[in-house]
Design a protein around this ligand. Structure first.
Ligand code: TXA
Ligand code: MG
Length: 325
């Protein structure tokens, strides 16, 4: 493990004192606080610049602890937790009184997950309680997949940054709502819809968007500074050339099918061969285009199956309308 026991103890102490700890998980880095301390939760919203009506995810260290945070654990939740925890799956269930409304954005449901990262699990064991953590980025921007991203974006707003290395999944957890009559997919992520459906033996259709309360569902989420334009795979090279001629500083996410083509652009990143590698790299690629000063990024969507659904979702949001833009 990359973090010493002294660092872990200090981080747990910081959480107990109401401070903020950036925690590596397998998906993205989280900005963690004591899930039962409303004042600490208020600091999370402040550090992120996120409206307090937007719910957080409560991270737990053991599947058995789920009962402590929710009113009842339906069979579907037991099945999914047994199959995918620790792992990139978040379950939305009816909250019990222990969960402050500050963690749920005022909702009667709470989002819970057990992360699959040795540092996160060690911190949860050391701390003992639940850690409420949104992704450790400023509201609306790209989620951090390295400790360096967190430091660059949140700086002094975080008391402790635990460096657990680069995240292995790279996109956020899948969120499934189990608080209603039937399971609903609220956000595609590291666990695929196909995997959920296999375990549950039933379809898991998309859930209705809860509008403003669910930031992961804002169209403008996960956006780099550069404008992202999505085109068909066969159009990527031609569109890049056109934008280059128009004077843009162009970044290209070049699909594997087009790699034989000569591309005129400032920065070209070739899409990795597997969806797992693509998901792992995606947010780093978007940050790299910004670092290179690109003002326009040309990309195409992968097929919406398996992990491709989560990648397409994040690219679609990166290309979505921006507030005030
Ligand atoms: O992979 C992840 O899930 C990462 C790591 C740090 O665990 N966390 C993350 O948190 O992505 P955040 O805050 O960026 O996204 C959490 C999302 C919210 O955007 C919202 O969509 C959903 O969880 N959520 C939380 N509580 C909910 C609830 N009660 N009902 C519906 N959606 C909820
Ligand atoms: Mg987020």
């Amino acid at each position: 493990m990359t973090v010493s026991s002294e660092e872990l103890e200090k981080a747990a102490e910081t959480l107990r004192a109401g401070g903020l700890v950036a925690v590596p998980t397998e998906t993205v880095y989280g900005l963690g606080a004591d899930a039962e301390n409303p004042a600490a939760l208020a600091r999370v919203f402040q550090a992120k610049g996120r409206p307090p009506t937007h719910p957080l995810i409560v991270h737990i260290g053991e599947s058995d602890h789920l009962d402590r945070w929710v009113r009842e654990v339906p069979e579907t939740a037991r099945l999914l937790a047994a199959a995918f925890w620790p792992g990139p799956l978040t379950l939305v269930l009816r909250r019990c009184a222990r969960v402050p409304l500050a963690a749920t954005g005022g909702l009667e449901t709470v989002a819970i997950r057990m992360p699959d990262h040795p540092v996160a699990l060690a911190l949860l064991a050391e701390f003992g309680g639940g850690i409420a953590a949104p992704s450790a980025n400023r509201f609306g921007s790209v989620s951090p997949t390295t400790a360096e991203h967190v430091r660059a974006e949140l700086g002094a707003a975080v008391d402790v940054v635990l460096d657990g290395g680069p995240c292995t999944v790279g996109v956020e957890s899948t969120i499934v709502d189990l608080s209603g009559d039937a399971p609903r997919l609220l956000r595609p992520g590291g666990v695929t819809r196909e995997e959920l459906e296999t375990v549950l033996g039933q379809a898991v259709p998309d859930g209705a968007s809860d509008g403003v309360r669910v930031p992961g569902q804002h169209p403008s989420h996960y956006a780099p500074a550069a404008k992202v334009v999505l085109v068909d795979a066969e159009q990527v090279v031609a569109e890049a050339e056109l934008a280059d001629k128009q004077g843009h500083r162009v970044g290209v996410l070049l699909p594997a099918s087009q790699t034989g083509m000569p591309v005129t652009a400032h920065t070209v990143i070739t899409v990795p061969a597997t969806d797992a590698d693509y998901a792992r790299g995606l947010y780093g690629f978007l940050r790299e285009f910004d670092r290179q000063g690109c003002d326009l990024v040309i990309a195409c969507l992968p097929p919406r199956e398996g992990l491709g659904l989560a990648i397409a979702n994040r690219l679609g949001r990166a290309a979505g309308p921006r507030p005030g833009a």
